[in-house]
Design a binder for this molecule. Sequence first.
Ligand SMILES: NC(=O)c1ccc[n+]([C@@H]2O[C@H](COP(=O)([O-])OP(=O)(O)OC[C@H]3O[C@@H](n4cnc5c(N)ncnc54)[C@H](O)[C@@H]3O)[C@@H](O)[C@H]2O)c1
Ligand SMILES: [Zn+2]
Length: 616
Amino acid sequence: MSLPLELPSEERRLVERLIEYNDAYRRGVPQVNDAQYDLLVARLRELDPEHPFLHRVEPETFSGKREIRHPVPMLSTDKAYTPEELERFVARVEKEAGEIGVSEVRYRVTPKLDGLAGRDDGTVFVTRGNGESGYEVSSAFAKGMIPLGGRGRGVGEMVILQSYFQEHLADAFEHPRNLVVGIVSSDTVNEFARKALDDEAVHFVPYSELPSWEGSGAELLARMDALTDELSGQVDYPLDGMVVEVVNPDVRSSMGATSHHYRWQIAVKRKGETALTVVREVVWQVGRTGKVTPVLMVEPVNVSGATIRRVTAHNAGLMEKKGLGPGAQIEIIRSGEVIPKVEAVLVPAPTTLPENCPSCGTALVRENDFLICGNEHCPDQVVQTIEHWFKTLGNADWFGRKTVEKLVRSGYDSLEKVYELGEDEFRAMGFGPVQSSNLAEAVYLSRTREVEEWRFLAALGIEDLGKGDSRKLLGQFRLEDLPEVGREQIEAIHGFGAITARSIAGGLQRVAPTLRHLLGLGFRIMATGAAREQVTDSPLAGRHVVFTGKMRGSREDMQEEARAQGALVQSAVNSKTDFLICGENVGASKLAKARQFGTAILQEDEYLRLIGAQGQ
Ligand SMILES: NC(=O)c1ccc[n+]([C@@H]2O[C@H](COP(=O)([O-])OP(=O)(O)OC[C@H]3O[C@@H](n4cnc5c(N)ncnc54)[C@H](O)[C@@H]3O)[C@@H](O)[C@H]2O)c1
Ligand SMILES: [Zn+2]
């Protein structure tokens, strides 16, 4: 067992962040977009090309599901972002083929589906997991996922029809993958997912069912762009490039695999595809913090396999400067995200800015490039605040956009009011009996399940105060003291500039009554803040710990002490658990689980010595 006693370095922080982002992404609640994530991965490769994180499949974990080993590993893919990188791949293949005496190598190209990978052997259906073993999600078919071509067709991808997503779900979900993950990972499915399943829009597509092209390396290199267009046009699923692979079995087996990808396979990604279109109409939307921003409704156009109707244009200033009014001809770019951006304006058109808030009619105020609605009871802002709260807390599902809109329309237009809601109130608003009971349960769970202090703070949705800055702030101040913290005190913390400090201080004052009210409701908040920051040199700092069996002392006290030393105390062992601390009469299954996950197992005495050695 190696103890985490070295000082935190950029590299370690970076890896911790990557692990957290990857985990969130695999759970269907990404915290950053793919391009941002890939940048961090590139930075790690620069710092330490040999880092283990870069040489394994980025794992996904679904709790409460049976783990099943794959007969052959399900690996990630190597990536080529430029034609040169693809040329180098072909050169590597041809060299290897030459060495084993194969003169004619065939390549196959298929669209790279952007969903959740799975393997269906006809009896059980398993996710990719960590590549070696995955989680059984056979129930997905009973829920209504359609196995394309029937059961038992091997590896493939769980996806939702792209046109269906654009039409019915693009407003409620950032990415179709998040919805698919939601369907397979939890026992219940939300209202959107239920409808998508009923409408037969959620599929498991075996890779063997995909349209494909086959040819030589020279043809491949000459035609890659055209092939991408042709194949994209033949599928109605979200795509993330093309997969190029060697067909010849002998070349495949001689090239083999790394611990991360097969050497005979590569994903070809375009940096972002662009298309030309015309602005038809400008729709203004109110954001959570009152910013009123434009969405361009454009002449429908096809970009990387998806029909685009809406394009973000960021702010009022940009609308004026670039001339993005109705009739403007624009080049749009789509790089990973579902909603594309303006890349260039080829023929500008004048635009008029709205004077009143589209949601509540309040006169808008101009602040630099932005239009602001200053009404804190503005319905659109309140809806997003409540939605953001539940999404960020992440410990209770069910509060999607449609549901929250209904609450706000019924007068429950603040977090204070939402926490007064019980089953009867939900029914009175017109929710069905099952949904009412689920919603009441979710309100209860969100209050009683443990939540990290920084997450709680970030969930309040204060402008400029995301998760990272919430952590930093709580490293210096206690949550309950924050409303009294002034701009200068925030500015004094490393990493906060004058402008953000002022905006955060203002935001904290605005939410102070809500914060005090919520704290009074007795949330189970795990101190991750000021108290913990001082003990980062404890061997428990940031570690996931589970206590089990009969302890000599009180288990509650031991858990409390562990938390005080910065540990995250869990109730059950999972892949994240670092230490299992055992008292007497420990169940065999807990131990087996710990061994399976490589968790360090400590007896009570050993543990006490470990933390006791600390202060010396
Ligand atoms: N936004 C975030 O927070 C975040 C976090 C982690 C990872 N990511 C993204 O995930 C990606 C890396 O993760 P990954 O390894 O899961 O994905 P990948 O992009 O490397 O893709 C590999 C997978 O593609 C699948 N696939 C789809 N179509 C296929 C086809 N036609 N043939 C063969 N295989 C096909 C396979 O199952 C394979 O496992 C990166 O693009 C990264 O940006 C994002
Ligand atoms: Zn408003």
